[in-house]
Ligand binder design. Structure first.
Ligand SMILES: C[S@@+](CC[C@H](N)C(=O)[O-])C[C@H]1O[C@@H](n2cnc3c(N)ncnc32)[C@H](O)[C@@H]1O
Length: 268
């Protein structure tokens, strides 16, 4: 992958899909981050805000939260959804490693977005940019899905498991009906996996149908940097955070080996 613009698939039809269908995804994450914002954590920044799954409920609750995302399409969907509710968020189109915003924050949270599309160098740079954008005593919250969470993915760490890569992209055969009257379908396939560099790539085919007829098809790629708990802990310490706690899957408790997600709570 290039070391330039992060390679994510959150554009076009995939951004539409997120905006239409992902509001109810992993609902326990929303009160988890919200507690930190309410606890002397305003203003807050949602880094990788996507179509506003967390940001919009927080704005609705009157919290002072800005958003940023590398995808102009995701930011546009977020703005449209917010404006439909009479909300007018401050949103920026920016990759997190290149963050350069006018405000400083008490909380920066990154939910489901760290390591997506970017290189390792960019991820480390992003941690520095987050620290720079925090007020003294401010908190950075970053979650990751641990690399061993997905049973289908784990064989790809072995030579034998990678033998069939890349898997051929396959279009989805059917979709879900959205409020705009169209049906949207997604199907993702593994494209590459490098266990030495802890990187993998997916390719997703997205389709939209209207009145049963195929109207649009797009193919997008997502590169992901995989991080283990202790590795990201070291990176946060190296970035200069004063104190770093690790929580389980969006709960206020230490992680267990059975947690699929962990959250880092780093204080400047
Ligand atoms: C899985 S979505 C999560 C969106 C939102 N945080 C949520 O939980 O609903 C990941 C988002 O991160 C954004 N993203 C990926 N890489 C990024 C980067 N390097 N800098 C900023 N945003 C990024 C994508 O465009 C996408 O909107």
């Amino acid at each position: 992958m290039s070391s330039g613009e992060p390679q994510t698939w959150h554009h076009g039809l995939i951004a539409d899909y997120w905006a239409h269908f992902n509001d109810d995804f992993r609902p326990h994450e929303i009160p988890y981050f919200r507690r930190f914002i309410e606890d002397d954590g305003q203003p807050a920044l949602d880094a990788g805000c996507g179509s506003g799954r967390l940001l919009i409920p927080y704005l609705r609750a009157g919290l002072d939260v800005d958003g940023c995302d590398v995808s102009a399409d995701m930011v546009a969907r977020c703005r449209e959804k917010a404006e439909r509710e009479g909300l007018s968020p401050t949103l920026f189109v920016k990759p997190m490693h290149d963050l350069d915003l006018p405000r400083r924050y008490r909380t920066i949270y990154v939910c489901g977005a760290f390591g997506l599309g970017s290189t390792r160098e960019q991820d480390l740079q992003a941690l520095h940019r987050f620290r720079e954008h925090l007020e003294p005593g401010g908190r950075l919250l970053v979650d990751i899905e641990v690399p061993y969470a997905d049973t289908d993915q784990w064989p790809l760490w072995t030579k034998e498991g990678r033998a069939g890569l890349p898997h051929a992209p396959e279009p989805p055969e059917r979709g879900r009906l959205a409020p705009d009257g169209a049906e949207y379908g997604l199907r993702a396939r593994y494209a590459a996996f490098d266990p030495l560099e802890q990187r993998m790539s997916w390719v997703m085919v997205a389709r939209r149908w209207r009145d049963g007829a195929l109207e649009a098809e797009e193919t997008h790629r997502l590169d992901i940097g995989l991080y283990f708990k202790n590795e990201l802990l070291l990176m946060l310490e190296r970035t200069g955070f004063r104190e770093v706690l690790v929580h389980g899957d969006h709960v206020d408790a230490p992680p267990t080996p059975d947690d699929d997600f962990v959250v880092f709570v780093a204080t400047k």
